[in-house]
Design a protein around this ligand. Structure first.
Ligand code: ADP
Ligand code: MG
Length: 323
């Protein structure tokens, strides 16, 4: 019933950052090479995500807002080995239950489709509009129909910091994708999408940090790791700056982060943290992405093996490069 659905929607949609996360993951799943995020008032008034991914035809655009309308699994067996970021077909309908959503999308066919839906809006309409291949989703009136939920939002500044931290993680986890983030009229992040993690580090941390970074990669069997490691003395901050990705997903993974820090070993003074970008790839069936409702965590089947590969990759790199 409606209440159960709203509770389910609440699990996915907590705040503007969770809206951004779901939309950006859809863009990445659609094979986007560039993803532009715009927010207003910390994302409370507006979240807009535009991509140059494969887009949708008119039928799929309307279907995307129906529950479990995912195009990413075709049978139940697929659930366990899915490697795309989203696959439950819940994000767009969930967002549509707590906000107004307007989507314009175009695939390789002729003509774009516009779909408007959401809380307080009567139904969907479809019309032709002009745009290149890709998808733009605009989310407004977040939690307007559910005042109690709107009360739980933090200040715009705080909500924006959540968005900004999230996008920093995507920018570093996916150096192959060009991301921009705008808050009001201010551009706060712009990554080149060159594929080089050091370029992404430059975009986020600036020249000083990037100039101290060294690229590394290592593999053992079907587990591989790559990324960039920075001399530990760069940061004194108490928060960690180890950005981890698993199969192209920006997930904050403790196994990978712990192994990275251990890989620095004694090169890491006790009160310092490294800056590092560490991407791990494992066969999709060897990782469970379903352990967290918002897919913020993963579980490795071969946790020890992943740990070993990351540890020795990082250790070799910091030893050889004499960081
Ligand atoms: P899921 O990502 O779990 O499949 P969503 O509700 O996030 O579910 O999206 C539903 C479907 O809409 C997706 O499976 C995909 O086919 C389509 N879709 C959503 N966003 C995009 C996008 N940016 N580009 C192309 N297709 C999209
Ligand atoms: Mg999704």
């Amino acid at each position: 019933d409606e209440t159960v659905e709203l509770i389910a929607a609440g699990e996915v949609v907590e705040n503007p950052a969770s809206v951004v996360k779901e939309l950006v993951e859809n863009s990445l799943d659609a094979g986007a090479g560039s993803v532009d995020v715009e927010v207003e008032n910390g994302g409370i008034d507006l979240v807009r995500v535009a991509d140059d991914g494969r887009g949708m035809n008119a039928d799929d655009a309307v279907c995307a807002f129906e529950r479990h309308a995912t195009s990413k699994i075709s049978d139940a067996d697929d659930v366990s080995k899915v490697d795309s970021l989203g696959f439950r077909g819940e994000a767009l309908p969930s967002i549509g239950r707590v906000a107004r959503v307007e989507m314009v999308t175009k695939d390789d066919g002729v003509g774009a489709t516009r779909v408007v839906t959401g809380a307080g809006i009567d139904g969907e309409r479809v019309e032709e509009t002009g745009r290149g291949r890709g998808t733009t989703v605009e989310v407004t009136r977040l939690f307007e129909s559910t005042p109690a939920r709107r009360e739980t939002l933090s200040s715009p500044g705080r909500e924006f910091r959540r968005v900004s931290r999230l996008m920093t993680r995507y920018g570093l986890a996916r150096p192959d994708v060009a991301f921009t983030v705008e808050h009001g009229d201010t551009e706060v992040l712009s990554t080149p999408g060159s594929g080089d993690p050091v370029d992404a580090l430059y975009a986020v941390y600036g020249r000083d940090v990037a100039s101290r970074a060294t690229r590394f990669s290592h593999e053992d069997g079907r587990i591989s790791v790559e990324g960039a490691l920075v001399q530990p003395s760069v940061t004194r901050s108490a928060t960690h700056h180890v950005y981890t990705a698993v199969n192209g997903r920006a997930v904050d993974d403790e196994t990978v982060r712990g192994a990275t820090v251990d890989g620095y070993g004694t090169l890491l003074p006790e009160d310092r943290y490294p800056v590092a970008v560490v991407s791990v790839d494992v066969p999709p069936e060897r990782v469970d992405v379903n352990v967290h409702p918002a897919k913020k965590k993963v579980r490795f089947v071969d946790e020890d093996a992943v740990r070993r590969v990351v540890l020795s990759g990082v250790r070799d790199a910091v030893t050889n490069e004499d960081l």
